[in-house]
Design a protein around this ligand. Sequence first.
Ligand SMILES: [Zn+2]
Ligand SMILES: [Zn+2]
Length: 257
Amino acid sequence: MLNKLRIRADLHTHTVASTHAYSTVSEMAAAAAQTGLQLLGITDHGPGSPDSPHVWHFHNYKILPRIINGVYLLKGVEANIMDEFGTLDMDEYELSFCEWVIASYHTACVHFERTPELISQGYRKVCENPLVDVIGHPTTAMFPFDYEPVLKLFKEAGKLVEINESSLQWKQGALENAKTVYALCKKHEIPIILNTDAHFAGQVGKTPVAIRLLQDLDFPARLIVNLDAGRIMDMAEKKRGISFSTLQQSPFGIENE
Ligand SMILES: [Zn+2]
Ligand SMILES: [Zn+2]
């Protein structure tokens, strides 16, 4: 039953390193522990955003512990897709410091005509980048694309399609687009990841609007990968060799409440 489920890993959050967000890593981790998360992804904006941290923010991730307040940390980035060719604002070297990479379009970072053709072309190119894990908030009204073929391509390329609570709550038109996008994900069995995109600790782990939407669509729980933190850890372990070896095996299951 989807209404009894909640995410166990929140893999899209911002800290004070992006100054339009308001909580520290420690505050975010404390909130994550409080809401019962097992894994927290810190993903401040890549350097293409006007409000991003310096790249040294990412270079120095090694000093952050793997666990804070009993919550495992993945140290990542929300990279910007800068153009219609899928160019990211961080190259392979910069991304090598990150353990989790979201690729998102933001209006502040792009200067091409935002037609569905060109946005789709950009997304297709992003699919060729092996370092990208997630396509961020693909429901933004300012970035329409050819939903069905491109969503199918995301699946083929192994990119998780995000459902983003903040977008649904705050961005005009996102909720309407979301009905189309996640109905197509259901139709084509495309795995999704449900994130808050929290910019304040109080938002961490809370996804009421997205859960309601997924319920309305009768969306299969098995396609929502972060209902089980272990699935994300497996991905990070396989792809980047990150070790969560001290982690207990239970309670990871989505049945545990
Ligand atoms: Zn974003
Ligand atoms: Zn974000």
